[in-house]
Design a protein around this ligand. Structure first.
Ligand SMILES: [Zn+2]
Length: 400
């Protein structure tokens, strides 16, 4: 048997993405697009290609569970609303390139613009561009709101059970892998829209979940206020995005833990809006974010306390929250009391489960090849993940 395609990658440290302690040293044997073996030492046939990184750490490709590739971290994104779609799709390709170069091999896009993200994925499949693996929601399904009508092409407004069902079927027909619903108001919406207010009714949310799950699609619910979080959890959604006011009812947090509902905290999003690096964030949005920083922190600590599954997501696209700087979210998670290994699992093994994927996120035999090599030891200093990786292997190829 020839092992022409097989590569043995070894390094000083290997972190497998489950939260387990690091292996020292560590090695991964890859063959085509699958991992064949993982261990401290791996026996490999003599004729495989060998690449050794003695001072580096091997991890799974990182996963960001909440991005918007359509937008790039501008202080006030709607200024680009009238830009031609050709320009938009080129920007998306660049955002995707930066994300992959930062070691993120999978992203879940929870709201694109005009379904251009599906064209982006086709271009990647045709080999025209390289992107992370794209898990796409299409348009965000929302009640009629000020926020939903202020981002051109990003929302599908739907009121009442019939419209919600149709809106979800439209996204799946366009190619959506996951459905995103707005359970509460938003921060990045005109001032009178309150993030603490619930939006969809219980009936609408239940119909959304039944429709999406019936077609094998998971449901991500944007939810800041506790009433909207409670409704979404009771309706059976799979992930709560933001979850800002969850700390107001620990019973809801425990219900999430019991049902296995993931929290995607997006700490970085609120930080960029509340304390922007530069001018231009509208005052009303900034005030809404500023008022919620302590809620965000209390919720994150409660989530750790009750053992909620936490999946990492940045909401990259919001003000000063740039594609390619995704790993800054992990530093914020660690600063709020999460240890580096579970934080890394939140961006690999746990993130994969949040996405319903059992073939990525963990270094183990039989998994798809998503392998990244980093300088330094991120389990000692999580900021090591903020520097570009030395190598990225995806599928059968080394792409960095
Ligand atoms: Zn978002």
């Amino acid at each position: 048997m020839s092992n022409a395609r097989a590569v043995l990658i070894s390094a000083g440290v290997l972190i497998d993405g489950t939260g387990a302690p690091p292996l020292r040293p560590g090695a991964v044997l890859i063959d085509g697009d699958r991992i064949r073996a993982v261990g401290s030492r791996v026996d490999a046939p003599a004729d495989v290609t060998r690449i050794d990184f003695p001072d580096a750490t091997i991890t799974p490709g990182l996963i960001d569970c909440h991005v918007h590739l359509s937008d790039g971290g501008l202080a006030d994104a709607p200024v680009q609303d009238r830009d031609p779609s050709g320009l938009r799709v080129l920007r998306m390709a660049e955002h995707a390139r930066r994300t992959l170069a930062a070691g993120f091999t999978t992203v879940r896009d929870l709201g694109g613009r005009d379904h251009l993200e599906f064209a982006l994925r086709r271009a990647a499949h045709e080999g025209l561009i390289r992107t992370p693996r794209l898990i796409l929601a299409g348009k965000i399904v929302s009640t009629t709101t000020a926020g939903a009508s202020s981002w051109r092409g990003m929302y599908r407004q739907a009121d009442g059970v019939n419209q919600v069902v149709t809106a979800i079927r439209e996204q799946v027909a366009a190619g959506a892998d996951v459905i995103k619903v707005m359970a509460t108001g938003a921060v990045l919406a005109p001032g009178h829209e309150r993030p603490s207010s619930a939006q969809f009714t219980r009936e609408e949310l239940a119909a959304a979940v039944e429709t999406a799950h019936g077609m094998g699609r998971r449901v991500a619910a944007h939810a800041h206020g506790i009433d909207g979080i409670r409704r979404a959890v009771e309706a059976g959604v799979d992930t709560i995005e933001h979850g800002t006011h969850l700390h107001e009812d620990a019973g809801v947090a425990k219900e999430m833990a019991a049902r296995g509902v993931f929290l995607v905290p997006t700490l970085k999003a609120l930080a960029g809006i509340a304390d922007p690096e530069g001018p231009g964030v509208p005052d009303d949005m900034r005030a809404k974010a500023h008022d919620r920083r302590s809620d965000r922190d209390r919720t994150f600590r409660l989530a750790l306390e009750v053992g909620l599954p936490i999946a990492m997501g940045t909401d990259a696209a919001t003000p000063f929250n740039r594609h390619g700087e995704n790993a800054e979210e992990l530093e914020l998670m660690v600063s709020l009391g999460m240890s580096p290994l579970p934080a890394m699992a939140a961006a690999s093994g746990v993130a994969a489960r949040a996405l319903g994927r059992d073939d990525i996120g963990v270094l183990a035999p039989g998994m798809l090849v998503d392998v990244v090599v980093w300088n330094g030891t991120p389990h000692d200093d999580i900021r090591a993940l903020q520097h570009a990786p030395i190598a990225v292997f995806v599928g059968g190829e080394r792409v960095v």
